[in-house]
Design a binder for this molecule. Structure first.
Ligand SMILES: *Cc1c(COP(=O)(O)O)cnc(C)c1O
Length: 374
């Protein structure tokens, strides 16, 4: 039986990519905001419905340098139910993460719990649109305005998602997408920051290019986080097919939902009002009492059957070894509960219906066994 991986990167046909990079053998322009970079930037601004954006080597550098360009000091309210990148972007800027719990239905920041965490040191909120689910944007905006806080969205999971007809990247002071190989849209490695303030954009640009202002002027202390032309070319190819890819992902998710509809004790992504989803992930939360088997046992059984699932997100970032005992995980009980029960199941555009059925059959068999054990 063939192995089913949890994800598989979208790629254009070989010939399409070769065609896209061909002229680089004439121009010899490989990086530093060349023609492919410019063209991808233009097309993405259009596709994602953005005012301003800048592209980076990866989504993490977009987040980390955005925080730096905002010149923040003090505490940033965020969630631990996320990928390492979110928390590390905060800490690597010398800022203090303050962990807010998440909502049990959308898995995004619980906006009822933000205000009690605000102190005179709070400078920003950094929420995550987890699994492509949209945060409570109105409430976050209201709180940010009331306390004069910046909002930086980790939008790594929400490529192409729309909220109330607007591109998700247009919310907050900054929103950052990831174009990593495993995401809905990829440039192999890559990412972008979306924003509304042209001056902020200039600062950000300098941070990704050594602080260089002009040929003889370096007036900032910048890093190097530029996207190269091969990555931009991959993006141009993948962008041509992304709508099709999202439509195929939708079919996979619908098949999962159809096959698993009679199994008790499973929780899935919510269907959100005013949201055009992108089917980025298929998380399943296993309730041991109702389903009869623990998440870890399901993980093992899938592995035995050659099926890769991922404990995503587990462990919570506020329990990482690198923070050894610095944070109290009991302050985010919902996130802790979710992280112990979640598996993201395989999901990518070309996952066949036969393979979805194979995965579901393993889960259904476990469910039946769990019930007879009762
Ligand atoms: C992928 C991801 C990132 C980082 O993106 P890279 O492009 O891999 O650097 C940040 N946050 C979340 C939630 C992610 O899933």
């Amino acid at each position: 039986m063939s192995h089913i991986l949890v994800t598989r990167s979208s790629m254009p046909d070989f010939d399409e990519y070769i065609e896209e990079i061909k002229e680089m053998w004439e121009t010899h322009w490989l990086t530093n905001m060349g023609p492919k970079h410019k063209e991808l930037e233009k097309q993405l601004k259009d596709y994602l419905d953005l005012e301003y954006m800048d592209m980076f080597t990866n989504g993490h550098m977009a987040l980390e340098l955005s925080l730096q360009a905002l010149n923040l000091k003090g505490e940033v309210i965020t969630t631990p139910f996320t990928f390492a990148s979110t928390t590390h972007a905060i800490v690597r800027n010398g800022l203090e993460p303050v962990f807010c719990d998440v909502d049990p239905i959308t898995f995004t920041i619980d906006t009822n719990k933000i205000e009690s965490l605000i102190t005179d040191k709070t400078c920003a909120i950094m929420p995550v649109h987890v699994y492509g689910n949209v945060c409570n944007i109105e409430e976050i905006e209201r709180i940010a305005k009331k306390y004069d806080l910046k909002v930086i969205y980790d939008a790594a999971h929400t490529f192409g998602v729309k909220y109330k007809g607007k591109g998700i990247g247009s919310y907050g002071d900054v929103s950052c997408f990831s174009f990593h190989a495993t995401k809905v849209f990829n440039t192999i490695e890559g990412g972008c920051a979306c924003f509304h303030d042209a001056d902020f954009g200039k600062k950000l640009y300098k941070l990704k290019n050594f602080g260089i202002k002009g040929p003889e002027v370096v007036d900032g202390i910048g890093a190097n986080a530029k996207m190269n032309e091969f990555c931009a070319a991959m993006g141009l190819c993948n962008l041509r097919h992304v709508n099709e890819e999202i439509a195929k992902r939708k079919k996979v998710v619908e098949r999962y939902m159809y096959r698993l509809k009679n199994v008790n004790g499973l929780q899935f992504n919510p269907i959100q009002k005013d949201v055009t989803p992108n089917y980025a992930y298929f998380p399943v939360f296993f309730n041991e009492k109702l389903f009869g088997t623990t998440r870890n046992e399901v993980f093992e059984e899938l592995a035995k059957n050659g099926i890769g699932a991922r404990k995503y997100f587990y462990p919570l970032t506020n329990t990482f070894d690198c923070f050894h005992g610095k944070y109290d995980v009991n302050e985010t009980p919902v996130a802790l509960h979710l992280s112990k029960r979640v598996l993201t199941l395989p999901l990518y555009a070309d996952l066949s219906m036969e393979n979805v059925d194979r995965i579901c059959e393993v889960i259904i068999e476990l469910y039946k066994k769990g019930k007879t054990n009762d």
